[in-house]
Design a protein around this ligand. Structure first.
Ligand code: MCN
Length: 791
């Protein structure tokens, strides 16, 4: 153990609550991360996909001859061949039932199209060649005899009479017509309302834009009849299960899925996409390992997009300004096919959060999910919860303005104040203190001083506005019984194994997958906390189905609340056994043994052993208690009883230039309740990243399809990502009501920023310009038009 590590240990700064620097950053910032595209295996060749240039077309023939004659080309493979080899269609893993009791109207999604393409960029064939360049050149030479069909890209239009039809199974392009809540109760509430606030809301379609584009390397070994795929996945075990059980690519026990370093996912790498299936299949077909790496335009055209809702919302208030009913009608665009979790995102991750932080006795939501000729839509950071928060927080702020009372006061009057709180839309909030985060946010934002700042800005010719958003979300996505009863195909528990090596160092094997969240550090902090070992003595192993026991992966901000809870359970068992061994060696009572600072001692005495001595004894096994098995290794599964409910108050202050419509965010405050915080620095980083994405959605990111279904914004020339100049220095703080749903009291932090921030920004801009009619992204043109509209 190094001098430094003993020092920090004595200072007690590596356990829970310590801002330990991220262990993994050394390799990332020195360019030594190992991503899928860095993998090289002997004999490896390259794949390029032939992709549809049309949004909707049928085709009867594919002419490979010119491509096959080109230099370096090994094979050109099509959907017909894929089907002939028995590879199944892609599936949706979450069943949603329509209000009339009918199942989802699914259409088939083959990994390579057969006969019809339904969005620009859909894979039609694959070319395998010696070099990446040769594969791409040959892909352009593959002749597909398309017959163009009319296309539709907007969900509301797709439901309309005479709209182009995508799948014969989905009449009027309707995938499902889902409802939640009690409509008669809501109607009764509206009948006696003193005031009703109505809003038309558009939640703009986003492209996830992880820094590392998706990639896959498939390798079939005929000698062992064994398959390996390196892939950019957030959940390699689920990928293996789905690829074997549903797509029939390989038997599960003969398939190894490795997700090495992954450069961000934000949800877009949860799903199993056509490309990893095809690379693995093509490797078996051609006898060579096959690698594919998306370029940025392919990422725009094929990574699952996010959001894309159109909503009519009505909020009923009584004469005391209490919320008595909420009615929400949403049309959700699912794109051309149903992605793995696409049905859950606009339903159980959306409708169930429409109560917000408020005590609303009656809620009814109807969601129509619709096919269009666009890239499939699925979970993107927040997944359903940003959409719910946007609906609730825009509506509450609007109601306050209509009623002439302060937005904070209206919120206060309606906050849930006692816990547990059963909402009318399934969720039962377990703990929280919404008033505390509101107060913390208002203090930090100096809301009291805002009017003076507004007046001062007016003197400079600027319009200054303040907007608030009090979000709540459900994360720690898990409770297997709950998600099972709501239609999920699998339970969402998590697993862990702790291996204490003979020298006392520790390996954590986890089913969670880190792709930027700092798990190698925070998971190790649990060992530092429990045994007083330095985090440098801990190795976190994840992302390889041959190394790690089955696990469910990372999404829904679940790795802390669920993954780390599994580690805690396994640690309990390790600690118990270590104490038994130490008690035996020290001839003491097991109950008197304490473990701290890397030492195992008899409480209140100077009799002690080093942690490493106990570990070594477990393996030398010369002197163990009678009947004890050698070794010090334990595993656990953790399946919580409830989700966790992070909540917070975000306050945004903007200045708008009335001459240009340009918006500057001059202050952004976030006061979040994440329960117990393991590593404040990492948590702040997560919140910063989320807010940056939320501001991106609010101000800049707009996915635009033209009338023929071409994605106009398919590169960074046309799709505006947030940059440093668009972002202020965030003021982030936390309050804490520990979650009773897990042993650490944690609530997830990975999505909060993206969930809470968009309504705060739009509320601030609409406050500044005095016009509530503004859609995201609030580009200077739109803001300028909105200013003129009320001038
Ligand atoms: N943490 C903590 N204290 C808490 C809560 C969390 O110290 N009270 C720590 C955890 O130990 C972990 C990190 O914060 O190191 C995030 O934990 P958690 O909120 O449980 O989220 P997950 O680890 O499950 O990550 C998923 C989440 C999601 S859903 C998206 S989307 C997202 C996000 O994380 N994608 C990301 N953050 C991302 N960050 C990066 N860099 N890249 C992505 O793709």
């Amino acid at each position: 153990m190094s001098e430094r590590n003993w020092e920090v240990l004595r200072m007690g700064i590596e356990g829970i609550g310590a801002s330990v620097l991220r262990k993994e950053d050394r390799r990332f910032i020195t360019g030594r991360g190992r991503y899928v595209d860095d993998m090289v295996v002997p004999g490896m060749k390259y794949a390029a996909f032939v992709r549809s240039p049309h949004a909707h077309a049928s085709f009867s023939s594919i002419d490979k001859s010119a491509a096959l004659a080109m230099p370096g080309v090994i094979a050109v493979l099509t959907g017909e061949e894929l089907r002939a080899d028995g590879i199944g269609n892609l599936i949706c893993g979450w069943a949603v039932t329509s209000k009339d009791g009918s199942p989802m109207n699914m259409g088939a999604w083959p990994a390579l199209a057969v006969g019809t393409v339904r969005h620009v960029g859909q894979a039609v064939a694959v070319v395998v060649a010696e070099t990446r360049g040769q594969a791409r050149d040959a892909a352009e030479a593959v002749e597909v005899a398309y017959e163009e069909l009319p296309a539709v890209t907007q969900a509301v239009a797709a439901l309309g009479e005479g709209a182009p039809q995508l799948h014969p199974e989905a009449k009027n392009n309707l995938v499902f017509d889902w409802e939640l809540g009690n409509k008669p109760e809501v109607d009764a509430a509206f009948a006696r309302a003193a005031h009703v606030t109505k809003l038309h809301i558009v939640n703009n379609r986003l492209v996830p834009n992880a820094m590392e584009p998706r990639a896959a390397l498939g390798q079939y070994d005929p000698a062992e009849d064994h398959y390996t795929v390196w892939t950019t996945s957030q959940n390699p075990h689920v990928a293996r299960l789905v690829m074997s059980a549903f797509y029939n690519v390989a038997p599960e026990h003969k398939l190894r899925v490795i997700a090495p370093d992954v450069g961000g996912g934000f949800g877009s790498k949860i799903y199993i996409y056509p490309e990893e299936i095809v690379c693995l299949w093509a490797s078996k077909r051609t006898g060579v390992p096959v690698k594919w790496t998306a370029d940025r335009t392919e990422a725009f055209l094929t990574d699952a997009h996010g959001r894309d809702h159109v909503t009519e919302v009505e909020l009923a208030l009584d004469a005391d300004n209490r919320f008595i009913g909420l009615k929400v009608d949403t049309v959700a665009n699912l794109g051309a096919y149903m992605s793995l979790f696409s049905s859950a995102t606009p339903t159980y991750l959306y409708g169930t959060l429409l109560s917000g932080q408020y005590d609303i006795p009656a809620i009814y939501v109807n969601v129509k999910a619709v096919y269009t000729n666009t890239v499939p839509v699925d979970a993107y950071r927040g997944a359903g919860r940003p959409e719910a928060t946007y609906v609730v927080e825009r509506t509450v702020e609007t109601a306050a303005r209509e009623l002439g009372i302060s937005p904070a006061e209206l919120r206060r009057r309606n906050f849930v104040r006692s816990f547990p709180h059963q909402t009318p839309v399934i969720m039962c909030y377990d703990a929280g203190d919404f008033e505390a985060s509101l107060e913390a946010g208002m203090q930090a934002a100096d809301v009291a001083g805002f009017e003076a700042r507004r007046a001062e800005a007016q003197g400079r010719g600027k319009l200054r506005g303040l907007g608030m958003s009090c979000y709540i979300e459900a994360c720690g996505i898990a409770p297997s019984k709950a998600v099972g009863s709501l239609g999920a195909g699998v339970g969402l528990w998590e697993s862990a194994e702790i291996r204490v090596n003979p020298v006392g160092t520790v390996e954590i094997l986890t089913g969670s997958h880190s792709h930027g969240q700092g798990h190698e550090t925070t998971f190790a902090q649990l060992i530092a906390e429990r045994f007083g070992l330095p985090v440098d003595n801990v190795q976190v192993i994840h992302g390889d189905t041959d190394k790690v026991q089955f696990g469910m992966g990372t999404y829904g901000s679940r790795s802390g609340a669920v993954g780390m809870s599994a580690i805690v359970k396994a640690l309990d068992k390790v600690e118990k056994k270590a104490k038994k061994i130490a008690a035996h060696l020290l001839e003491a009572d097991e109950g008197d043994i304490e473990i701290a600072n890397g030492e195992v001692r008899v409480a209140g005495t100077d009799r002690k052993l080093g942690w490493h001595e106990v570990a070594l004894n477990a393996y030398t096994a010369h002197n163990l208690p009678d009947g004890m098995e050698p070794g010090l290794k334990e595993g656990a599964f953790y399946d919580p009883q409830n989700f966790t409910f992070p909540a917070g108050c975000y306050i945004c202050e903007v200045e708008v230039d009335p001459e240009t419509g340009g918006v500057e965010i001059v202050q952004f405050v976030a006061a979040d309740d994440f329960g117990t915080v393991i590593n404040p620095m990492i948590v702040h980083g997560q919140v910063h990243g989320g807010i940056a994405q939320g501001i991106g959605q609010a101000l800049l990111e707009g996915t635009v399809y033209d009338g023929s279904g071409q994605l106009v914004t398919a590169s960074y020339m046309d799709y505006a990502m947030p940059r440093a100049q668009n972002l202020p220095s965030f003021q982030v703080s936390t309050t804490s009501t520990p979650s009773p749903s897990n042993p650490l009291g944690m609530k997830g932090c990975g999505e909060a920023g993206a969930i809470g921030s968009p309504p705060a920004v739009i509320n601030a801009i609409t406050d500044a310009i005095g016009n509530n009619d503004l859609t995201m992204p609030a580009t200077p043109q739109k803001v300028w038009d909105a200013i003129r509209a009320v001038a």
